[in-house]
Design a binder for this molecule. Sequence first.
Ligand code: ADP
Ligand code: MG
Length: 343
Amino acid sequence: MARIHLLSPRLANQIAAGEVVERPANIVKELVENALDAGASRIDIDAEQGGIKLLRIRDDGFGIDKDDLSLALSRHATSKIITLDDLEAVDSLGFRGEALASISSVTRLTLTSHARDAEEAWSVSVEGRDMQASVSPAAHPVGTTVEVRDLFFNTPARRKFLRTEKTEFSHLEEYVKRLALSRYDVAFSLRHNGRTIHQLRPAERGIEKEKRVASLLSAEFIDSAVHIETEAAGLSLQGWVGLPTFSRSQADMQYFFVNGRVVRDKLVVHAIKQAYRDVLYHGRHPAFVLYLTLDPKLVDVNVHPTKHEVRFRDGRLVHDFLFRTLHRALGDVRPEDRLAGTT
Ligand code: ADP
Ligand code: MG
C-alpha cells in the first residue's frame, strides 16, 4: 500500500498554479491587480512572444519592503487581510496570497521593488522555486517591477497547452482592456515584441474617458453608442451601449463591471439580451461598456477564485433595473417606435 507523505512546497505550488496560471493572460491579470492594489498611478506592461517568453509589469505603487520580498513569493502570504472580518470587507483585488507563489513556481521570476519610505531598491529572483531566494540590491524608482520569463519552462506538459503567440497575446490584451476600462485614473501602456499596442493617459473628464474607450475598442463603437447615466433604488448604471447598427457577429465587445470589477454574469447577460431583443437581428450581438454600482453588501464577489461571477442579493431588482434602463435608452432609437411616434 502506498504511504502518505506531504507534497513538497514546490509541487504544492505547481499544482495550485494550475488554478491561477493557465496562460500569460492570467499572469498579467494577477500582476496588474497587484499594481492597482499598491495604489499605482501608472502601469507599464511589456510582453514578448505572446507573453510566453517574457512579461514585465512595472508600477509606481507603494512598493514592497526589503524584508517582505521573499515572503511575497510564499503561498498564503498577503498584506491584504489578517482576519475573517477583513475577508468580508475586502476591497482589494487580491487577498488570497497565491498569485506570486503560483506564478513563480512555473516561471523564472524576478521581483524588484523600491518601497515608498525606503532608501534603496531590492530584488529577488527565483527559477521555478528550486533555489533559495536571495535578496540583492537593485536600481528602481519607487514602485515594483515583476519580470516573468519562460512560462512553464519546468512543466513541459502544460506548455503544450499554450496556443500560438498571436492567440496568447490576444487573450492577454483582452485582460489589459478590461483592467484599463476599470480604472480610468491610471495610465497604462502595453507593448508587444517592442511595439506599442496601447498607450493610455489617465482620463478624468467624460471626453477623455470616451477617448480611452475609442482607443481600446474602436472609434466606431463610441461614435455609435448611447451614453447611459441612470440611478434608481440604490443602483447606478453608467457607460455606453452600442446602437443596433454597431452590432457584432460575436459577443466580443461586452464589458460589464460591478463595483469596478469585470464580471460575466448570466443574469446580467440575460437582462441586456432582453433589452436588445427586438432591435437586433438574430445571431447578432450588442457591444457595451457598462458600470453598475451598488452597495457592496448587496453583492458577493467572492463566489469564484477568478472572481468573474457575482451573486446579487436581489437579482430580480438588478435584472429589472438593467433591462428597463437599456430598453429605454435603445427605445429612443428604435425604428418602429419612431414610426409609431409619427403616426
Ligand atoms: P495577494 O495579492 O492575494 O495578496 P499575491 O501573491 O498576488 O497575493 O501578492 C503577495 C503580496 O505581495 C501582496 O499581498 C502584496 O503585499 C505584495 N505585492 C505583490 N505585488 C505587489 C506590487 N506590485 N506592489 C506592492 N506590493 C505587492
Ligand atoms: Mg495578488
